[in-house]
Design a protein around this ligand. Sequence first.
Ligand code: SAH
Length: 373
Amino acid sequence: MLTDVKSHTAEELEAEFKALGQPRYRVSQLLDWLYNRRVTDWEAMMNLPNSLREQLRSRHTLHSLELVRKQGVRNATQKFLWRLSDHALIETVLLPASPALYGEPSDRHTLCISTQVGCVYGCKFCASGLDGWRRNLGIEEIVDQVLAVERWNATEQAGAGGGGASQASSSRLVSNLVIMGMGEPLANYTNLLQALRVLNAPWGGGIGARKITISTCGLAPQIRKLADEPYQFRLAISLHGATDEIRNKIMPVNRKHPLRELTAACEYYRQHKQRMVTLEYILIAGVNDGSEQIKPLAALARRLKAKVNLIPYNKVDGLPWERPTEAEQDAFFNALEKEKVKATLRREKGHDIDAACGQLRLKIERELAGQAR
Ligand code: SAH
């Protein structure tokens, strides 16, 4: 089976080119076409000899994502729906330039990327798992979410007279990554890690490891595995409940990896990386926003030296869950602060564009299914 050219590191390509009797500088030329100019076909790689292009074509695919729909306007949250080569749909969300929520402050953009089509973990409140599980994303499908958004941006800028296509195409838009789109990143561990190697490398996406946040619903063994890798990625835990009783109710994964196991894995991560873990906590009215969650949540945050990100729940069509009122959200936040926990209350930016993960895909798939009927 052919591998995609964007699923390989520079070192792997160097070994391959060496075996083909090609000089090393050809690899640099190829990488420049792929990651600076972000071309989508072999023909465009003008300075590579025809014979080499043919050789590459016979050994690798060069897949790129096809834009199906974009929601949102410039300078606000923008959401991209892509079609993959097998026609599956995935989403990527571009957050506006603002102080970064994850990673260092930045005037550049954070991109939220998907790692799977659908999800098996079945968190009760989430749209991603509603239509079940399809498959893992390939390495290049993860990588190309960044390139495709930058490609789109370059075209837009060129169209708006913003400096011409060639200049725009080499400018990097995305400086921070959050792996919080559709799917469970740590369940697609091998592909995710290789994609992040490519996106992190100076010859590739050029995104610093400290600016990459991986979010998980709580796969404790993979958190430990990640801690042993030589990368300083940030870790976010989708906690959403500070007791096993609540987590069991809304996140089936907790039955497999209960809080005790999850907390120990987070501590392991923190000790190995010297990095603060973030606890994500969506506030769902009458489900996990009661005052009895405050003490256990504060205890957990203190033990992990973690920051708590409170996120009002984004309503999902077909699910009964609601967000609490703003007064109730504030009360929860204030109670946490009183416990001396570092917390933020993030009033959702993407509420108007179906930004909760999996929502746009679900909507469009249902529309398409409706049209087919
Ligand atoms: N599977 C990973 C990453 C994808 S989900 C994880 O669970 O962390 C990204 C985040 O969005 C998670 O914290 C998830 O719980 C949250 N989320 C899912 N549905 C949501 C909704 N309707 N409103 C707000 N946040 C939601």
